[in-house]
Design a protein around this ligand. Structure first.
Ligand code: GTP
Ligand code: SPV
Ligand code: MN
Length: 667
């Protein structure tokens, strides 16, 4: 870091007369008061409102937004206290090509990030932000990531001219006076500036946007009409890691606008973690309790829209097991005093993918969103009940689609946007673990990497050790989803599920993982890879997924407890025959074989792509990971020439009678 507390930038901006609300006497950190004054001077809002995340604030903001037409109240019986927001059709997901890491050195951003030189980026942003909040309210939102004052927690402040962002932040982070009080003169806090970039008056006050001073005869107070979802075709999501600052312009959606989430808790926090010896990762955290034996905690990294929320809320199909939820998207992990790795979920809410969520696939999510929920870009019935693809097997006859247009099953376009989401407080989750409140986090017993892979990657594999596990994380590839703008279904490298979220050089991120592993030593968690998305020749999923994934979690728990048997393959250890509990599940032997097949030929092709990927990342790739690649190739080549090295079938009928719980495998 170049400066420990560089927050009050904008020193060049002379503070002008401030609008109502900007000044607040109980702000303990003079840098915060100064920063708010300078942002206000730059952006020119009509008033400033400090948010406290209270119920009263929720009621006030939702009713103002309903009156303004930017929220639609839903059916109060089906969805009490819940609302629908419809975004601009051009503002529906994170925009990776408009996301910038403005580190001082280009090499610190690395080849997987867009880089801009910080002062040039600031100059461009200052021009865009100048007057960008004219005619609007600027909300100042102080928040804590993690329990206020917790040993892994951090604080931040977002200013925004989007009431939707302010309201959503009230769900997603611990907003309020306790967080504000935690920002003392010595605190390190992350500064986020957000504007939708849609001022309602221009500089000369006449609202016609041309700035020519053509007054309307009413003292320059005429405003252009607002729209339901203001945004700007010009978009920047810019991060200044050394300043611990974020500037986001032009988008109101999700990760672009809720700066606590991807911008702070992943991109900026990953840099803080690099500097301070901890990890900020795109991971769910869950607690798994076997019928007998001790509970285990797992942290699992999957790319966007690849099943984190679903796994975190999993309702096991195998009797006696329970899964409790700690987090669904982000984990901060830090070696604890006793040498183990501890994790918190820094967030306080879910911003979950709606499509595919049903009473069958994710009953816990359905219960979680029973009330007090903001839905974005879902479809609704005329009566105000929400619907999305996959919610029910048959769609309703008539809907209003995510754009607000009439829809029938014949329309031919999705009724809900594929990246439609629900925003809901985590405390509404019926499976919330009490551990979520734990200020020092939970000890992690296993780390899991996943992705969407139609081919190659087995249902579950255990890495040989930490270094091999880091190699597995570094070489994750996944088919793209609607969570980001751009093509869907294309296989791309997404190491650690962090391709869009690492705030520093990806190769350095891998080295940091190796360093953390070394510090953990014998306490390092075991590392696994899973894939729920392998497909058969007919293009359908081989594995039923969702609640049935509990079978895989149980095998992982068995490995941790040294009770479940494994079988070696060139890519790692898969369940030994009979060790995966398949009782009560209809899955054919052929399907099982296909789920676990490790084809040396296609894996050697995969190795070639890994080599090219490593080459593209250059000399930041740790040598030991190149060694892992060489070793993997040797094992695959040996397997190719010696069929005997191929894994034994995991088919239950071909083997011993015992599942890992010691009971008969099939009754
Ligand atoms: P982000 O919030 O974007 O980071 O996504 P996420 O990783 O939390 O993804 P989520 O759990 O919301 O799942 C995304 C999509 O994958 C949804 O449409 C789910 O229905 C689907 N999905 C999740 N788990 C499974 C599974 O086990 N099998 C199959 N076939 N689909 C799944
Ligand atoms: C993701 O894309 O991984 C998300 C959604 O979790 S967003 O917050 O919009 O980035
Ligand atoms: Mn995510």
């Amino acid at each position: 870091m170049t400066d420990a507390h560089p927050v009050p930038r904008l020193r060049s901006v002379a503070i002008a007369e401030l609008p109502p609300g900007a000044e607040r006497s109980d702000v303990a950190d003079p840098r915060l008061a100064d920063w708010v004054a300078r942002i206000t001077t730059l952006t020119r809002p009509d008033e400033v409102v400090w948010c406290d995340g209270s119920d009263a604030e929720w009621r006030r903001l939702t009713s103002e937004m309903v009156a303004a037409g930017s929220l639609l109240p839903l059916d109060p019986v089906a969805h009490p206290d819940s609302f629908l927001a419809r975004s601009d059709p051009d503002d529906v997901a994170r925009m990776e090509d408009r996301t910038f890491i403005c580190s001082v050195r280009e090499d610190d951003a690395g080849p997987t990030n867009n880089w801009r030189e910080p002062s040039a980026m600031h100059a461009e942003l200052d021009a865009l932000f100048a007057g960008c909040m004219r005619g609007r309210t600027m909300y100042v939102v102080p928040y804590s990531m993690g329990p206020v004052g917790g040993s892994i927690s951090q604080v931040g402040v977002q200013v925004t001219d989007s009431p939707y962002a302010a309201l959503s932040l009230g769900i997603m982070a611990r907003v309020g006076d306790a967080a504000l009080a935690a920002i003392g003169p010595d605190a390190e806090w992350v500064a986020g500036v957000h504007s939708v970039g849609y001022p309602l008056r221009d500089g000369d006050g006449d609202g016609d946007g041309d700035g020519d001073g053509d007054r309307d005869g009413h003292g320059g107070t005429r405003r252009r009409a607002d729209v339901a979802w203001p945004s700007n075709p010009v978009k920047f999501i810019s991060h200044f890691p050394e300043e611990r600052a974020i500037w986001s312009f032009g988008s109101g959606y999700g990760g672009n606008a809720l700066l606590s989430k991807k911008c702070f808790a992943l991109r900026i926090a990953s840099v803080m973690g690099r500097d301070e010896g901890w990890l900020a990762e795109h991971m769910l955290v869950l607690k798994l309790t076997p019928p007998a034996g001790r509970p285990v905690h797992m942290a699992a990294a999957f790319p966007s829209a690849c099943g984190k929320t679903n796994l975190a809320m999993l309702r096991p199909t195998i009797p006696g097991w329970t899964v409790e939820t700690i987090g669904d998207d982000i984990a901060w992990l830090r070696p604890g005093a006793d040498g183990r790795l501890f994790a918190i979920n820094p967030e306080a809410g879910f911003f979950g993918v709606a499509p595919g969520t049903s009473v069958e696939s994710n009953p816990v999510a359905i219960e979680t969103m029973r009330e007090h929920t903001i839905f974005t870009n879902v479809a609704v019935t005329e009566g105000g009940e929400v619907w999305w693809e996959g919610k029910t097997p048959t769609p309703p006859e008539h809907l209003i689609d995510w754009r607000g247009a009439p829809w029938t099953p014949e329309t031919g376009t999705p009724a809900a946007h594929p990246n439609a989401r629900f925003t809901v407080p985590i405390e509404q989750c019926p499976t919330l673990a009490s551990d979520w409140y734990e200020p020092d986090g939970v000890p992690i017993d296993a780390i899991v990497f996943g992705g969407r892979r139609a081919t190659n990657v087995p249902l579950v594999v255990e890495a040989e050790d930490w270094t091999h596990g880091v190699f597995v994380g570094a070489t994750i590839a996944s088919e793209t989803t609607a969570a980001q703008e751009g093509a869907v279904g294309e296989l791309r490298r997404d190491p650690f599920g962090m391709l869009p979220f690492a705030g520093y050089n990806m190769g350095d991120h891998w080295q940091h993982w190796l360093d953390v592993g070394e510090a953990l030593g014998e306490h390092a968690p075991k590392i696994f890879q899973v894939n729920w998305f392998r497909k058969g020749a007919d293009g359908s999923f081989l594995w039923p997924g969702f609640g049935e994934n509990s079978r895989v979690l149980a095998w992982i728990a068995g490995r941790i407890a040294d009770e479940a048997a494994g079988a070696a393959t060139p890519i790692g250890t898969i369940p030994a025959p009979g060790s995966l509990d398949l009782r009560g599940l209809e899955v054919s032997d052929d399907t099982l074989e296909a789920l676990f097949e490790v084809d040396p030929g296609s894996w050697l092709d995969e190795c070639e792509q890994t080599e090219a990927f490593f080459a593209a990342l250059g000399d930041h790739v740790p040598d030991v990971l190149r060694d892992e690649l060489a070793r993997l190739r040797d094992r695959l080549a040996a397997a190719q020439t010696d069929a005997a090295v191929l894994p034994p079938s995991v088919r239950a009928s071909s083997v011993g009678p015992c599942s890992l719980t010691g009971r008969p495998d099939r009754q």
